[in-house]
Design a protein around this ligand. Sequence first.
Ligand code: PGA
Length: 256
Amino acid sequence: MEKKFIIAGNWKMNMTVSDSLNFFKEIEEKLSKIDNKSGLDKVEIIIFPPAVSLYSLASLNSSIKLGAQNMYFEEKGAFTGEISAEMVKESAEYILAGHSERRWIFKESDEEIFRKLKRALDTGLTPILCVGETLEDRESQKTFDRIGKQLSEGLRGIEQKMLDNIYIAYEPVWAIGTGKTATPEIAEEVQSFIARQMTSITGSIYRKPILYGGSVKPSNCKDLLEMENINGLLIGGSSLKTDTFFDIIATSLELI
Ligand code: PGA
């Protein structure tokens, strides 16, 4: 099968609007110097900036796609501090759902995640559903139970034809921001499980990209991307500097 990759940067609560604009200027400059222009068609680059930067970044008309890190599941109304899918849609195509920081710090439940996915899909956004086990789950051999449950609860009740518009990211909680990456073999084992689960949930062979996230850096991205079921990366820390983020893009191009 022809290889295609998604290289996504999740900036979390980092980067002001002017930092974000500078980043885009710098990365566009680096991308314009790439020889393998046709390879770039097969690498989709997405940035998830803080929501306040989305509008300004969208006005740049960059080839880099945009996504929001979060949104609320209600359509509109008296929900102080929240943003809606409709608001995101004006500037972005993607939305993260179920990121472990939302699950663990903000106590988001599978039910809320499901409602966000549903609203995002109904609004025409493409959600990336993040799943992953904690260290405790892994040590007590509950990795597959946890991830199976996150997938089935998060996707339960989503119309069959809509399921195809969702991407999945595997992000082991113990690997996020800790410097501990899952080995490519560990990630592949879980990602092939995700592919099988998604095939059974959707009722047809699941061919959508499954991303890996958790301490991805230029030095480990190649081994990860070489795995059969890793078709993209969701990158936190290493997406904040154009040098490291660009190195990862350049490595993905070598594998196309
Ligand atoms: P990290 O974050 O690359 O800094 O570990 C990944 C993520 O949370 O998406």
